[in-house]
Write a protein that binds this ligand. Structure first.
Ligand code: FAD
Length: 228
């Protein structure tokens, strides 16, 4: 796919969680689920996975953790219609539908998986997908309702949430980091392809865990989100 530069109007902003926002930009870009763009704001360009699927026409959505940085503030302050330079698509973190997928997301690392899973659902792909989605607290879970809805639409999709800091929160689901037991609870794990995305440290520890389980490098795809 050809990398192009777009001047894209901001179409809408949406709050997802207490610290996550989605921005929709009006562009027609050819991309594959899992790819990212470079978005220029406040004089700086940063990488963001496209969160929406390519089956949504006329726009892309980007979801990001609002950290209070000058860059994020420039986006937070933007008004509908303001134009932003977007360059892309980039990246090789792509869904390979030939084998069952186990996707491991840490926090905001959910974004490429949102695009892949929405796409697989819209296209009725037969690929089995299990998403293991780890967050610190239940309030940090982005797209919780959307994933409930996607599971209803896609019988090949399973979503397992786990919370690493449940103390003081209402939560009756799984707790702790994604571990060997959680991975082995996926019936097809032995033949699966693994996709890991999140902050660098999380990606490194998950990759080490998978390799320790005898899963070869060829079966692990990883996308590291710098800056967190
Ligand atoms: C392929 C890719 C896809 C991404 N997709 C998303 C996404 O979908 N959603 C999302 O929220 N974020 C995503 N990120 C992270 C995003 O690009 C920014 O790095 C992040 O949002 C932090 O920016 P900031 O302005 O909040 O932080 P700041 O702290 O202001 O970061 C400023 C710059 O310094 C770098 N930086 C800061 N700390 C470190 C460090 N410890 N080590 C190395 N570099 C550092 C950052 O990468 C950034 O370039 C992605 C990153 C990559 C590489």
């Amino acid at each position: 796919m050809k990398i192009k530069t777009y001047q894209a109007p901001l179409l809408l902003k949406r709050k997802e969680t207490h610290d996550t926002m989605t921005f929709r930009f009006g562009i027609n870009m050819d991309f594959r689920p899992g790819q990212f763009v470079m978005l220029n704001a406040g004089g700086r360009s940063e990488a963001f996975s496209v969160c929406s699927p390519p089956t949504d026409n006329g726009y892309i959505e980007i979801s990001m953790k609002m950290t209070g940085s000058a860059y994020k503030k420039a986006l937070d302050d933007a008004k509908t219609g303001d134009k932003f330079e977007i360059k892309g698509p980039y990246g090789h973190f792509l869904l390979d539908g030939s084998k069952g997928a186990i996707m491991i997301a840490g926090g905001i690392g959910i974004t490429p998986f949102m695009s892949m899973i929405s796409y697989a659902t819209a296209k009725k792909l037969p690929t089995k997908i299990t998403l293991l989605y780890s967050n610190k607290t239940p309030e940090d879970i982005a797209f919780r309702k959307e994933f409930d809805e996607l599971q209803k639409q896609n019988k090949n999709l399973g979503v397992i949430h786990t919370i690493t800091r449940p103390e003081g929160h209402e939560w009756s689901g799984r707790t702790g980091r994604v571990d060997e037991e959680m991975i082995k609870s996926v019936p097809y794990w032995k033949g699966a392809l693994f996709y890991v995305c999140g902050p660098g440290e999380m990606v490194d520890s998950m990759t080490a865990l998978l390799q320790g389980m005898g899963i070869t490098k060829e079966r692990i795809k990883a996308e590291r989100f710098g800056g967190y």
